[in-house]
Design a protein around this ligand. Sequence first.
Ligand code: ADP
Ligand code: ASP
Ligand code: MG
Length: 411
Amino acid sequence: MARLVLKFGGTSVATVERIRNVARHVEREVKAGHQVAVVVSAMSGTTNQLVTWVKEASEFYDPREYDAVVASGEQVTSGLLAIVLHSIGIKARSWQGWQIPLNTDDSHGAASIADFNGERLIAGMESGEVAVIAGFQGVASNERIATLGRGGSDTSAVAIAAAVKADRCDIYTDVDGVYTTDPRVVTKAQRIERIAYEEMLEMASLGAKVLQVRSVEMAMVHRVPVYVRSSFDAPDASNWNGTLVCDEEEIMESQVVTGIAFSKDEAKITLVQVADKPGVAAKVFGPLADASINVDMIVQNVSSDGKTTDMTFTVPAAEFARAMDVLTKAKGEIGYGELRGDKDVVKVSCIGVGMRTHAGVAVKMFRALAERGINIQAITTSEIKISILIEAAYTELAVRALHTLYDLDKA
Ligand code: ADP
Ligand code: ASP
Ligand code: MG
């Protein structure tokens, strides 16, 4: 007997009929003698609708009330799944975040999960009752409902798996695993059998939204084995495919590049003619940090005249307008000739733990892009990834070319 946490995403619970299908997956695990907790997302499209209503109600909404509204989608699915489970003779009850209680900090809209106690859930599961938990939500220290940021049900599931000391956390979604790149964009993408926590963390933070970044961090810290699999597999199928997210040591063979991710959530800013002297970078990035704007890629050109240079960097696309505003206001303090902004960019990244031991990955990448006439606007690297910034129009061309280049195409 094992203790399992199963999470079902929005598409998997999109209709009552699909919720019945989810119930059959749950039934299979219960009949196998396992203790089961299920985490559900809102029906697909629901959260978007709720967010739209909040913004329509007022541009200046209170984030606590935003959370009260957007958390409601998961409340509906948790109740519906419990009802469907009852209808097939399975003992179950719904749990909202505040009932567990799943504690969070007070950052409404993107709250982080604090330590919480899984005792109440465990007691319910030990009595043979399936816990059906509303994902994406918890309770902040101010006793208000808090949500965990978009895609946050993944994080709910992993946090609950850690808290109830589950043997496994199964993330059911609309693809049968983590692929070498987004299968919706590259049809030749392949399912990855096993992926290391660190690689998955990079993939998720660099744009592969199959798992929320924080869920991977949480799994890595608490060493929770996570399986990503499809809810569309027949619930009674004896063999199914999926991806195991696990420790690097548990992976036998690995490619140099495991996957390619891309993100259009970046915007590029260039300060033309800033003084080429010590202290300038601090003057540029200080006001942005004060405004809590994260800067990602940074390129500073060598000055030709020894006096001024250009500085290019990226910020999250959602913060672009605010960043431009901050820099415009700080013009006197920083001292620059011109401020240029460009939202028409994409960050494409190659990820793989094999890069630690293999040289030449970057050169190969730059050459392949050059051959296709794709200009690289900025580069960042870490031990296990290389990211480049290019014009958004070239996204698919670049991702496909790199996918082929690193031997990731399906045979
Ligand atoms: P859910 O609603 O179940 O949480 P998501 O839409 O959040 O599902 O995540 C699944 C989607 O993630 C897939 O449909 C796929 O298009 C996308 N995706 C992006 N990159 C990848 C990848 N590398 N592997 C698998 N899926 C990916
Ligand atoms: N329903 C929430 C969202 O759409 C959380 C989730 O699905 O994980 O972002
Ligand atoms: Mg998701």
